[in-house]
Design a protein around this ligand. Structure first.
Ligand SMILES: *Cc1c(COP(=O)(O)O)cnc(C)c1O
Length: 388
């Protein structure tokens, strides 16, 4: 072990199983380690560096703002967060945005909005949030409660009460869960990320959305991973033709700076009032100035290229040796493999490609603008690593 790795083990809480790789620099979809070895980045810091590492335009936007003012607290007006909120509302039809610093925080806000709406409209005993099994909504005690995976709950109980988990893609079962008590909200990821890169059935999502609307239940779509162009639409819900009441996002929105956003649609737009919620760093001018640049570049041409690259990956991997199936949407790809996913990720790393896992799958989340030649090179290496 290197000195850095020993010190990391000594001083950093042991929550991460890191690979023995020290990344020191990068450009676009290539990164270099401390020994000068080059890797193609097929993970983008878990879907964060949407336009790759050290993207020039993003750096310009961020540094210009750094030189102007880096932080002013939410007691004063600053321009970048307003510009970003306007862009997000114009592109989605949502009405208002609350900014925070992470996915978990974006979901916390979504849950608070749903609870307050339901309490005022249907009474204070209407607080339950129904989420899906295998979902992932974050690591805070409330978003852990929302997360439908027991493995993350163990030894951290009691979690925030009022969360129930229903099986995905089974509308009748979901309905039964919702009707078992007063329900404030239904919360879904259109493509479950950590849960195994599983795109929900359109029929299930559409029935759920229609049911929520009919019964005045707040529909929250967690777009922390699926958002900001990842699935070939600006937000994944757009692929399903639904209109959520609340959309939370983070990861790719900040492009590498901490930024979360909770977007509120017509029905809930005025739920949050003075001192109902807040964040010291939320809407930080540097993070939001960078995000304005990224969102302005996620246009129709970029989204079309995301879908094209997705088709290419699917075509190459489907039916290849050692690959059982390919799941996901856009540049959010799950590969069901014959050999253990961890072994394949290790083999890819040795051959110069960084990939992720999700449950027992290999997961790919490359930068939205990964150059075609690099994508081809990476896919060949991944195919070789998957071979039986
Ligand atoms: C990553 C993720 C989160 C948590 O985001 P953090 O920024 O780590 O708090 C929440 N929901 C989904 C769907 C995610 O993929």
């Amino acid at each position: 072990m290197s000195n850095l790795q020993e010190k990391d083990t000594q001083y950093i809480a042991g929550t991460y199983a890191r690979f023995p790789v020290e990344i020191v620099s990068g450009k676009g979809s290539e990164v270099w380690d401390v020994n000068g070895k080059r890797y193609i980045d097929m993970g983008s810091g878990i879907g964060v560096t949407a336009f790759g590492i050290a993207d020039d335009q993003w750096i310009d936007a961020v540094t210009a703002q750094l030189h102007a003012v880096q932080h002013m607290s939410n007691l004063y007006y600053t321009e970048p967060c307003v510009r970003l909120a306007e862009m997000l509302c114009n592109r989605t039809g949502m009405k208002k945005v609350f900014f925070s610093n992470s996915g978990a925080e974006a979901n916390e806000c979504a849950i608070k909005v749903a609870r307050k709406y339901a309490a005022e409209k249907h009474g204070e005993d209407c607080y339950t949030i129904v989420t899906l099994e295998k979902s992932f909504h974050g690591r805070t005690l409330t978003t852990l409660a929302a997360t439908g995976q027991e493995v993350f709950h163990k030894l951290f109980t009691p979690l925030t009460p009022g969360f129930v988990h229903a099986p995905a893609n089974d509308f009748e079962a979901l309905k039964a869960c919702v009707e078992a008590q007063k329900t404030a909200a239904i919360m879904i990821e259109c493509v479950q990320g950590e849960g195994g890169v599983i795109a929900l059935d359109p029929d299930f999502v559409q029935k759920t959305a229609a049911y929520a609307k009919e019964h005045d239940i707040v529909l929250i779509v967690d777009e922390v991973q699926t958002g900001n162009g990842r699935t070939g639409a600006l937000y994944a819900y757009m692929n399903y033709g639904i209109e959520p009441d609340v959309v939370s996002t983070a990861k790719g929105l900040g492009g590498g700076l901490p930024l979360g956003a909770t977007m509120m649609g017509e029905k809930v737009q005025n739920v949050l009032g003075r001192s109902d919620h807040g964040s010291t760093f939320g809407g930080n001018p540097v993070a939001t100035a960078g995000a304005c640049n990224l969102i302005s570049r996620i246009d129709d041409a970029l989204l079309a290229s995301v879908r094209e690259k997705s088709d290419y990956i699917r075509k190459e991997l489907t039916g290849a040796s050692g690959i059982k199936s390919v799941s996901g949407m856009g540049l959010m790809v799950g590969i069901e493999v014959v050999r253990p996913a961890a072994e394949i990720v290790k083999a890819c790393m040795e051959a110069g490609v960084l990939c992720l896992t999700a449950k027992d799958k290999v997961r790919l989340l490359p930068a939205l603008n990964i150059p075609t030649e690099l994508l081809r090179e990476a896919i060949e290496i991944i195919k070789t690593a998957c071979k039986e």
